[in-house]
Design a protein around this ligand. Structure first.
Ligand code: DGL
Length: 276
């Protein structure tokens, strides 16, 4: 039996990337309680198969529900691309049809209409997100007139997770993937950073893009979309507690987790270990 009393908003990522989303949610909606879960022991997800990402994500969602969350945001593009739809359609009805799981892809795609001028969109993401074709499919649904090109960036998450995002070695892989994108379509005017880890590489990415396109990060877009969702769903809003707290859970060693998490959040935190 899942707890029925109100609880925190659950935020899930394979590791640290979702912290870039959580940070913006807390800025825009500071009154809510949040429970962040990073599956750091099994990250990265980006190179894993559909079945494995779905299984791992479902375990995380169940764990957050058991810990009192009624609403869970998958703050991970790979999980949103590979697991969200199955969880919403197959699993939620059996788990608790009043609970909700939201992702990061739709809020990002919806915002593109206000950003691109020529409709040429570039998407950078993990191999899992890019090979799923989720961005191409969703962009085509919302904006059939747009043209989308994408490049998988398998080295960017490991660079971030290994604290190498500021190192000279990162320059090589930033140049490589950004230029592969422009090689497909030189006229791109908007680039989606379709992975929640990538904001940590934003300085290098901006330098490489050098004004050729607008760069879209997701934190603020997802936070605005969450605010709108809670406004449109007062019954869910009533199930979200509001004491301004944030709990951090990780499947890794919590001391190891806090070291890098503090770089993402720019603030000290405490974390607890969890087994999924
Ligand atoms: N942060 C996740 C995303 O947005 C990917 C990280 C991973 O590969 O686990 O796609």
């Amino acid at each position: 039996m899942l707890p029925s009393s109100p609880g925190a908003i659950g935020v899930f990522d394979s590791g640290y990337g979702g912290l870039t989303i959580l940070r913006e949610m807390r800025k825009l909606l500071p009154e809510y309680d949040y429970m962040y879960l990073g599956d750091n022991a099994r990250a990265p997800y980006g190179t894993r198969s559909f079945d494995v990402v779905y299984q791992f994500t479902l375990e995380a969602v169940k764990s957050l529900f058991e810990r009192g969350c009624h609403l869970v945001v998958l703050a991970c593009n790979t999980a949103s691309a590979k697991a969200l739809r199955s969880i919403q359609q197959k699993d939620l009805p059996g788990l608790d049809s009043s609970r909700r799981v939201l992702g990061v892809v739709i809020p990002t795609v919806e915002a593109l209409g206000g950003i691109t001028k020529n409709g040429n969109i570039g998407v950078l993401g993990t191999p899992g997100t890019i090979s799923s074709g989720t961005y191409d499919i969703e962009i085509a649904k919302f904006f059939p007139q747009y043209r989308t090109v994408s490049v998988a960036c398998p080295m960017w998450v490991p660079l971030v997770e290994n604290k190498e995002f500021d190192s000279p070695g990162a320059d090589y892989f930033v140049e490589k993937y950004v230029e592969e994108l422009f090689a497909q379509e030189p006229d791109i005017d908007t680039i989606v950073l379709g992975c929640t880890h990538y904001p940590l590489l934003i300085d290098k990415i901006s330098r490489q893009v050098a004004g050729r396109a607008a760069i879209v990060t997701q934190g603020e877009l997802v936070a605005v979309s969450l605010k709108d969702y809670l406004h449109r769903h007062p019954e869910m809003d009533a199930k979200c507690t509001k004491n301004g707290t944030c709990t951090y859970l990780t499947t890794e060693n919590p001391v190891k987790f806090t070291e890098l998490a503090e770089i993402f959040l720019d603030a000290p935190i405490a974390a607890n270990h969890v087994t999924l």
